[in-house]
Design a protein around this ligand. Structure first.
Ligand code: ASP
Length: 439
């Protein structure tokens, strides 16, 4: 049995968190390869080491004295060393890094958060340290070269029975450090799981997995025990964030389960993400997620359906202004184009003018302040009446549905409502499919 065990920033934020990590790693001999992020926030007022490193780099770029920022970073690491009684000379390594900083690229500077954290964790666990620089290989196109990475990883495993590995970075063919996007330590863990054919990819964070709805909106929402990769992608896209979206792809192809677990409550069951599962959820839906800040452009023209190429011409106008499209609900003589407000606000007048001029339509109406709410669940497609139940409940609660979209794989029904109805809509859908919280 092999588990790739990845700990996020909050799980390694200070010495207390390091101790929890040790307890978790030592409780299971399958946890031989550990991936860590850089220390994250210890509380809401604190800073992530990665953010401080970006700040350090900005000071360097603008030739401003960076010693204060460096001191904060240095103290975070040396505090961990002192409290855990580590023997490594992290002070000398940090000072050397600061002295060499002017010769480093931004990516190299920022990557040092995970680098130092992994070195300290390795000593603390009694594991070897293996540097991602030698292993995670990016091609010239800045995508991971899976074959070269697999080879390097397998070689590392043949030489180290147990190791700690820094997440978030790798190397370009020219030897320079390349970062993943923010939160990318999750991707490193997924790559290790894939290349080493792990039985499970454990992703330890500060929540006990995914919840069926945002707890800031629904009181005590139920946990999601199992979710498929596709359901997760729908929910993440609409704002439910626990895991980096890109972390799904490497493991999905090999059907390796991702287990989201809580470092602060290791006894909780967490959420298992896997495409095929025998688990039968008691609910018709898996989760609800939503986002505010959408605009809908409604286009009406008599006999659109007879005019070949009409929608293509309309969409090419959005393309011309570089606006990405979210949904296109359509009727016989009309359709709407739903986009993110922030993408269209600067070019709205130009787009409406072009639509009127080039498409000669009878009317164009813009509706701002929309929120989209997706109800997601693989069970929905096999349960007749799910849509009826959803729309009925929203109607009964006086929520005016401005738009409806259903993905063709039927695992997602999205409704557009006025921004002010956002919270109420999520609550009503939750109460309808999961049940009301007992007072
Ligand atoms: N430390 C990086 C970040 O804060 C990567 C990670 O935490 O996964 O984005």
């Amino acid at each position: 049995m092999l588990k790739i065990t990845k700990f996020g920033g909050s799980s390694v934020a200070n010495a207390t968190q390091f101790k929890k990590v040790k307890g978790i790693v030592q409780s299971d001999s399958a946890r031989r390869y550990v991936v860590v992020s850089a220390p994250g926030k210890q509380n809401s007022e604190d800073n992530k080491i990665t953010d401080l490193l970006y700040l350090l780099d900005a000071h360097r770029q603008y030739h401003v004295d960076a010693s204060n920022v460096f001191e904060i970073i240095r103290k975070r690491f040396t505090d961990i060393k002192k409290e855990l009684g580590l023997t490594m000379n992290i002070e000398a390594e940090l000072d050397q890094f600061y002295a060499n900083m002017y010769r480093m690229t931004q990516a190299e500077i920022v990557s040092r958060g995970e680098y130092f954290c992994a070195k300290m964790m390795a000593e603390y666990l009694g594991y070897d340290f293996v540097d991602a620089k030698k292993i995670i290989r990016f091609g010239a196109n800045r995508e991971v070269d899976m074959e070269a990475t697999r080879e390097a990883l397998q070689d590392a495993c043949s030489r180290h029975d147990h190791f700690v590995f820094p997440g978030f970075y790798g190397t370009l063919p020219n030897g320079q450090i390349q970062l993943f996007s923010r939160g990318g330590g999750d991707i490193t863990g997924a790559i290790l799981a894939r290349c080493l054919e792990a039985d499970v990819y454990e992703n330890w964070t500060d929540v006990s997995g995914f919840l069926m709805a945002d707890p800031r909106i629904v009181k005590n929402p139920k946990e999601i025990s199992y979710i498929t990769y596709s359901e997760l992608r729908e929910l993440s896209y609409m704002g439910a964030s626990v895991l980096h979206e890109e972390a799904i792809f490497p493991v999905k192809e090999a059907n390796i389960p991702i287990h989201i677990l809580n470092t602060n409550a290791p006894q909780d069951k967490g959420t298992i993400i896997q495409e095929r599962t025998k688990y039968k959820s008691p609910y018709a839906i898996t989760g609800i997620a939503g986002k505010k800040g959408f605009t809908s452009i409604y286009v009406y023209k008599k006999h659109i359906s007879n005019e070949i190429g009409f929608i293509r011409k309309a969409l090419s106008i959005f393309e011309k202004y570089n606006v990405s499209i979210e949904h296109i609900p359509s009727g016989i003589d009309s359709f709407s184009v739903v986009v993110q407000e922030q993408d269209i606000q600067d070019v709205m007048y130009e787009i409406v003018a072009d639509i009127k001029k080039e498409l000669k339509c009878d009317s164009v109406k813009v509706e701002n302040d929309l929120a989209l709410i997706s109800t997601v669940g693989k069970n929905m497609s096999s349960k007749p009446g799910t849509c009826g139940k959803l729309f009925g409940a929203l109607g009964a609660n006086d929520i005016n549905i401005r738009m409806i979209a259903q993905g063709s794989d039927e695992i997602n029904i999205t409704v557009g409502v006025k921004r002010d109805d956002f919270h109420k809509t999520i609550q009503v859908i939750y109460d309808t499919f999961v049940g009301k919280e007992e007072e």
